[in-house]
Design a protein around this ligand. Structure first.
Ligand code: 0L1
Length: 255
C-alpha cells in the first residue's frame, strides 16, 4: 500500500495545483480510512515542502444537510494552509479552482494548544474568538464523486476560505441564524444548531480526532467547524455572503 499512498498523494497534489479533476481512486484501488488519512498527510507534506504553512483544521460532514448532500455518514477532518486564505470582502479568482462550491461556516480561533480530548464544558475555554466564515470546497474528483476514503485522501476538498470579523461573545452561538446569499438572494438558510447540535461540539470532536492522530493543534489556529447547510456552486461574477446572527458577515466576489 505504501507505493499506492505515495502515488495517490502525488496525483491529488498535482490535481490541486493544476486545477484539474481526477477519477476517484477507491473504486480501482480500495483503501482503508486510516490509509486515506496517510494519503492526506503525504499530500499535505508536499505543500509544506513547497513553503505552505498550516493555519488550522476543518471538520466536514458535521451537519445532516452536508451528509445528505454528499451521501456520506461520518465526520471527517483536514488541514487548512495560508495559501487557502482568501481576503474577506475581496475577489476570488475562479481560475484557481476546478468546480468550486461555497458553504457557510463558523470559524474558531484557538486560545490554547489543543493537546488532549476536550469535554463540551471546557471547550469554550480553548477559544479566543469566533467569526462568520465561508468555505470554498473544490473536490479534486470529477463531478464531486467520491467515497468517504477518497474525500479524506483529498484533504476533505479543502481549497479556500474567508473569515469575517472576530467576536469574543459566544453567548448566542449554540443556535444562531445562518443565511448565505448569492447576489443578495438568500439561497441557504439554517442555524448553527445544525452543526452537531452546537458548534462547540465540533471543537470537542476535533480534539478527539487530533488526539487519535497523535497531533497537537497550536494556540492561534483556525478551526472551521463544518457547514451549517448544503453547499452552492460558484459562478463567475457572483457575490457571496454569509450572515450569522450575533456575529456579522463574511463575503467575497468571484472574478
Ligand atoms: O463542511 C463540510 O461538511 C465540508 C465537507 C467537505 C467535503 C465536500 O463536500 O466536498
Amino acid at each position: 500500500m505504501n507505493a499506492d499512498i505515495a502515488r495517490i498523494a502525488t496525483a491529488l497534489d498535482q490535481a490541486a495545483r493544476r486545477a484539474e479533476a481526477l477519477a476517484q481512486f477507491s473504486v480501482e484501488t480500495p483503501f482503508s480510512l486510516d490509509d486515506a488519512y496517510r494519503i492526506q498527510r503525504a499530500a499535505m507534506q508536499r505543500r509544506y515542502d513547497d513553503g505552505e504553512r498550516s493555519i488550522g483544521i476543518k471538520l466536514g460532514f458535521t451537519s445532516r444537510a452536508k451528509m445528505i448532500q454528499m451521501g456520506v455518514d461520518s465526520l471527517i477532518w483536514g488541514w487548512l494552509t495560508d495559501a487557502m486564505l482568501e481576503e474577506d470582502g475581496g475577489l476570488v479568482d475562479l481560475a484557481r479552482y476546478i468546480h468550486p462550491r461555497v458553504e457557510p461556516e463558523v470559524c474558531f480561533l484557538t486560545r490554547r494548544d489543543i493537546d488532549r480530548p476536550l469535554t463540551l464544558l471546557e471547550a469554550a475555554d480553548f477559544v479566543e474568538a469566533v467569526a462568520p466564515a465561508l468555505e470554498i470546497i473544490d473536490s479534486r474528483y470529477q463531478a464531486f464523486k467520491f467515497s468517504l476514503e477518497d474525500v479524506v485522501a483529498d484533504n476533505c476538498s479543502s481549497s479556500g476560505l474567508t473569515v469575517g470579523p472576530w467576536s469574543r461573545d459566544f453567548s448566542g452561538l449554540a443556535n444562531a441564524g445562518v443565511v448565505m446569499r448569492l447576489d443578495g438572494r438568500a439561497v441557504q438558510v439554517g442555524s448553527t444548531a445544525a452543526i452537531l447540535g452546537q458548534p462547540l461540539r465540533s471543537l470537542v470532536q476535533a480534539s478527539r480526532l487530533l488526539h487519535d492522530a497523535e497531533r497537537v493543534l497550536p494556540a492561534g489556529s483556525l478551526v472551521m467547524v463544518g457547514a451549517a447547510t448544503a453547499a452552492e456552486a460558484l459562478r463567475p461574477g457572483v457575490h457571496v455572503s454569509v450572515e450569522i446572527q450575533g456575529l456579522g458577515e463574511s463575503s467575497f466576489s468571484v472574478r
